[in-house]
Design a protein around this ligand. Structure first.
Ligand code: NAP
Length: 231
């Protein structure tokens, strides 16, 4: 990683607070559920900007066959390009070693002035394990957490688990119906030669096909015939 990775400018006016959302995820691939989550978090918490940050080597997925970070970053860039309040960041993929959120939060805290407040946004299932993340106590001091849930998700149980700890995490929950979409489901669909259309952007689908991600070029039907290149 270069000494000073590119980060968007924020915090120039000392008389006001700026709110930076950090959208953390593996994004393998990014989909409309992620984009709706970021947009609704931006609106609900008056965020000035949401920085999509694909994890380089996700802490809980080491050796788990995650797609190359450059591909995940490229898809994130394509999917977020049209929204001026979104940005995609290489911050975590350029950092060597396992991606720990605490390292990211510390680096952002050191980079931005005190009038920039940090909000870390991710899926509620990931947030549920917050206490097991590296240096959880320090994370609680550095950011407010936004946990995106699917309809029917048991928020009370999640709340109880987080508050049962002695760590004073500030976690906000937002329900996102579009989170019925999942990266796993998209990978499985593409791999089976099924359509992923309307689950993510056309640009991301095009990238997946062009680069043969998720076995999209080598799909064969059980009778041995090549399946059509459906989207
Ligand atoms: P995950 O376990 O793959 O995801 C858990 C659930 O949350 C899945 O249903 C996932 O759906 C969803 N999800 C993930 N990111 C989301 C987002 N930004 N918005 C909405 N839903 C999201 O989680 P992960 O991707 O490995 O990790 C999520 C974030 O937490 C990353 O930034 C990671 O670095 C951080 N994390 C840090 C530590 C640590 O510091 N020790 C440990 C774990 C995670 P999809 O599969 O459809 O995305």
């Amino acid at each position: 990683m270069s000494a000073e990775p590119h980060l968007p400018e924020l915090g120039a006016d000392p008389s006001r607070e700026y709110r930076l959302g950090i959208m953390g995820g593996t994004f393998d691939p990014i989909h409309y559920g992620h984009l709706v989550t970021a947009e609704q978090a931006r609106e609900a918490l008056a965020l000035d900007l949401v920085l999509f940050m694909p994890a380089g080597v996700p802490a809980f997925k080491q050796g788990a066959g995650v797609t190359d970070a450059e591909d995940r970053y490229a898809m994130t860039l394509l999917a977020t390009a049209a929204n001026p309040a979104f940005d995609a960041s290489r911050f975590e993929i350029d950092r060597e070693g396992v991606t720990y959120t605490i390292d990211t939060l510390r680096a952002l805290r050191a980079h931005y002035p005190d009038n920039v407040r940090l909000f870390f946004i991710t899926g509620a299932d990931a947030i549920l394990d917050l206490l097991t993340w590296h240096d959880a106590a320090s994370m609680a001091e550095l950011a407010t957490f936004i946990a995106a849930t699917r309809p029917g998700y048991d928020i009370e149980q999640a709340r109880a688990r987080v508050s049962a700890s002695n760590v004073p995490f500030d976690v906000r929950y937002i329900e996102i119906p579009a989170l019925a979409i999942s990266s796993t489901n998209i990978r499985e669909r593409v791999s089976a030669g099924k359509s992923a259309r309307y689950l993510t952007s056309e640009s991301v689908i095009g990238y997946i096909r062009k680069n043969g991600l998720y076995n999209s070029r080598i799909v064969e039907r059980v009778d041995g015939a090549a399946s059509p290149d459906r989207r």
